[in-house]
Ligand binder design. Structure first.
Ligand code: S3P
Length: 168
């Protein structure tokens, strides 16, 4: 069974959906931020502060490269991972990529002021710019795009339907 990989901007609901898919499809769940944090023995905020963003991005690339040789997992990606084109080859190899597309106003509402996400320390304008820059890159790498602006159960239903369709 190929991996199922969820990409999208911070606060788009990747982790929530990944956990629900993991239960429904009985496949183990992996979150790249959690994996990197475990590996480094510190939080993402600490990695950014002590080692810098470039170091974190290298760890992300190493991780997705490794995961592209494994299978059977539901993988939730940190928001920047699928925004780096160098990672696209590994993502394509790793499995079916689902882009969780969420309107920017919902995202801002969820992430502004969240201290566990280092990139939200910038202002609203910067986040909107980053969102606009990244959205086409998520679309480019995705096999499936799911609109996550409705309820969590509806988003899950859309994802399951889309997965079912591409298997046929
Ligand atoms: C980031 C998103 C975060 C985390 C890090 C950087 C980004 O993950 O990887 O703070 O560049 O968008 P989430 O998308 O799970 O918040």
């Amino acid at each position: 069974m190929r991996n199922i990989i969820l990409c999208g901007f911070m606060g788009s609901g990747k982790t929530t959906l990944a956990k629900r898919l993991s239960e429904k499809l009985n496949m183990p769940f992996l979150d790249t931020d959690e994996e990197i944090s475990k590996q480094e023995g510190k939080s993402i905020t600490e990695i950014f502060a002590e080692n810098g963003e470039a170091y974190f991005r290298t760890l992300e690339t190493e991780l997705i490269k490794r995961l592209s040789n494994e299978e059977g997992k539901i993988i939730s990606l940190g928001g920047g991972l699928a925004a780096k084109t160098e990672n696209h080859t590994y993502l394509k190899k790793a499995g079916t990529v689902i882009f969780i597309d969420c309107p920017v106003d919902k995202i801002l509402y969820r992430i502004l002021g969240d201290s566990s996400r280092p990139l939200t320390k910038t202002g609203k304008e910067e986040i909107i710019n980053l969102y606009n820059l990244r959205r086409p890159l998520y679309q480019k790498v995705a096999d499936i795009t799911i609109d996550s602006s409705s309820s969590k159960s509806n988003t899950l239903r859309l994802a399951l339907e889309a997965l079912d369709n591409i298997e046929k």
